[in-house]
Design a protein around this ligand. Structure first.
Ligand SMILES: O=C(CO)[C@H](O)[C@H](O)COP(=O)(O)O
Length: 366
């Protein structure tokens, strides 16, 4: 059943959407996922029933968004009014539409404007695309890696839907994101945490942390990465938290990766691949990883004691792998007995990457 819906959406994306004559202003403006893209993602990730429910919710919000958009584009009101089906590209992750009374961001939509070619409606290129602005550009020229991480953490706040529970990652970039999140903590219900470290930081800021078992899904999961390739596949686990990170990502409608440009790669594998293993199976798993051409190194603290993860397990960092097919390798390694979680995120790849560069924060949708 799932593949029928996925094929229909793909057909629409390939053969209908490009010819329908108009595009969503907000998608162009923000670079966020369209309804069809979100529909494909949620049906693939959550299955047909839940996927269709989530898509339906998106389309309802999309209708609202469209109505608001028309207010800024009266010449096109008659053609556009009330029109919003699966072909609509306005994403629901515009926080302003999720929250009644918070319409500041919506006003931005008006800046996209429309152009018309006969009956074809097409939104004009946005006035503000990433990199965000000249001033940002000037400011970050002298930024170090930490400052870039802070910049991208600040940017990620735009992707936090209000009145929801969101997923929060682990690491130095995620820490900075949590600090930014604290500034808008009254606008969210709370968070699920991908590690004890993140839980403590969230709670330290007075943000309510929910157990993952209490939450069916989250609209966004925001986290860093050790490497991210051109398709949004990632290596994670540099902070030894990738098992819980993958669990949080698996119940998220959208994975938003926040990173500085040093994390971008063409092929994953320069960063040693973290594999979390049950301690009893460490050597057996290490032998299998060696057979596959890797060089597993047992992760230890500086004092020589083994690193123990939040799940009471060990980490093998596998050097020397060139990961040409991330999904295939993720599946292959995941079924080795004793492997808890592989640090390849292909099945739960990023949907959006916010990358801090010397030119500003760029937004990539996959
Ligand atoms: O996967 C992770 C933790 O397990 C982190 O996301 C990854 O290590 C990136 O960390 P940082 O933001 O500190 O560069």
């Amino acid at each position: 059943m799932r593949w029928i819906f996925l094929s229909v959406i793909r057909f629409y994306q390939l053969y209908i959407s490009p010819h329908k004559g108009f595009e969503c202003a907000f998608r162009i403006h923000s670079g966020r996922a369209s309804c069809s893209k979100l529909g494909y993602r949620v049906i693939r990730r959550f299955g047909t029933l839940k996927g269709l429910i989530l898509l339906q919710q998106r389309l309802l919000r999309c209708t609202e968004a469209n109505k608001k958009l028309i207010q800024f584009s009266t010449p096109y009101k008659s053609q556009q009014a009330g029109f919003c089906d699966a072909s609509c590209d306005i994403p629901s992750d515009c926080a302003c539409f999720e929250l009644s009374g918070e319409i500041a961001n919506c006003i931005d939509i008006g800046s996209c404007g429309f152009t018309s070619k006969g009956n074809n409606l097409k939104y004009a290129r946005p006035l503000s695309i990433t990199p965000d602005s000249q001033s940002t550009f000037k400011a970050i020229k002298i930024m170090n890696q930490n400052e870039l991480k802070r910049l991208v953490a600040q940017k990620a706040i735009e992707y936090v839907p209000h009145n929801t529970i969101i997923g929060v990652g682990t690491g130095s970039t995620a820490d900075l994101f949590i600090d930014e999140l604290a500034l808008i903590k009254d606008k969210i219900i709370g968070a699920i945490a991908s590690s004890e470290r993140t839980k403590q930081r969230l709670e330290g800021h007075g943000i309510q942390v929910f157990d993952v078992n209490e939450v069916e899904s989250v609209p966004v999961y925001i986290d860093g990465a050790d490497e991210i390739d051109t398709e949004g596949n990632m290596i994670k686990g540099g902070g030894a938290a990738h098992t819980r990170e993958k669990i949080c990502a698996s119940i998220a409608e959208q994975f938003i990766c926040i990173a500085d440009a040093s994390k971008e790669v063409n092929i994953l594998g320069t960063f040693p691949l973290p594999v979390e293993v049950v301690p009893l199976a460490r050597e057996a798993v290490a032998r299998q990883l060696s057979d596959l051409g890797g060089r597993p190194v047992w992760r230890k603290h500086a004092d020589g004691t083994p690193l123990i993860t939040d799940n009471g397990c060990h980490i093998l960092d596998v050097h020397g792998l060139s990961i040409n097919e991330p999904l295939a390798l993720e599946i292959q390694l995941s079924i080795i007995p004793g492997v808890l979680t592989v640090g390849i995120f292909a099945q739960n790849a990023a949907d959006i990457a916010l990358i801090a560069t010397a030119e500003g924060v760029k937004t990539i949708s996959y």
